[in-house]
Design a protein around this ligand. Structure first.
Ligand code: GTP
Length: 235
């Protein structure tokens, strides 16, 4: 195993699978199985999941809603996904704890860094819900922040593409994938790895990011065991 402690960032949209909205149970269970594979290897796993399959604050703002209101609604959406993921992980026999950046004590522990680390040491998967608890921050920023706080060795950003390309691979057949790239090079080329807040947090804290295709079976295990799939972004 190459990485012992990881922060896995999952996209909320990916949870939709082929649906237009909400959570596709097959996709959810597929993710739970993928995660179980790496838990069985002894990986210590923190997870942040987005909420875009349920609510997007940015779009609500375009519709006239105040940004902060929309962002808080988005944070609640991440809690719905986090709870679904927690249930799925437990259904495949894993031990989990859900911590929320916004207090909702009937359904989640509050985020407490020391407690999160202790859970990880005991082999529990810790899901971090409600983003950072602040509007104007994305769940990528939450993933970066939590990864740094729990001393994760790497952020694994699970997406629906195979990595970072020089052009949009869904629009250009000639797009070339990078196996590795530095934060500076990605910035110069204006490649969208994460939003700038998340990107800067990772860069300044020397936290590598691997962007990989989470929807392809076995990929998560490959990444954790050091197979060079996806794109590795380093300082
Ligand atoms: P240790 O005993 O310290 O290893 O951890 P633990 O998580 O097993 O202990 P604790 O007694 O804190 O938690 C027992 C259960 O209660 C776990 O499922 C926690 O997730 C849950 N729990 C703890 N604090 C809270 C809380 O504030 N709100 C909710 N909803 N659940 C909590």
């Amino acid at each position: 195993m190459k990485y012992k402690r990881i922060l896995l960032k999952l996209s909320g949209e990916a949870l939709m699978g082929n649906k237009q909205f909400g959570i596709d149970n097959n996709r959810l269970m597929q993710y739970a199985e993928e995660i179980r594979e790496i838990a069985d290897l002894g990986a210590e796993i923190g997870i942040v999941i987005g909420g875009g399959n349920i609510f997007r604050g940015v779009q609500a703002e375009r519709g006239g809603m105040e940004r902060t209101q929309g962002d808080y609604m988005g944070m609640l959406a991440t809690m719905i996904n986090s709870m679904a993921l927690q249930a799925a992980l437990e259904s495949v026999g894993l031990f989990t704890r859900l911590q929320s950046a916004i207090e909702m004590k009937q359904i989640a522990e509050p985020f407490i860094k020391r407690k999160a680390v202790r859970h990880l040491e005991k082999g529990r998967i810790v899901i971090f819900g409600s983003g950072t608890g602040n509007p104007f921050f994305t769940t990528d920023s939450a993933a970066s922040l939590r990864a740094i706080e729990i001393d994760a060795e790497v952020i694994l950003k699970g997406t629906r593409v195979d990595g970072i390309y020089d052009k949009d691979p869904e629009e250009n057949a000639s797009a070339k994938k990078f196996d590795t790239i530095t934060f500076d090079e990605a910035y110069k080329r204006n490649l969208k790895v994460m939003d700038m807040t998340a990107f800067t947090l990772c860069k300044e804290n020397d936290l590598p990011v691997i962007v990989f295709n989470m929807n392809s079976k076995g990929n998560l295990k490959k990444v954790v065991t050091g197979e060079e799939i996806g794109t590795l972004v380093t300082v």
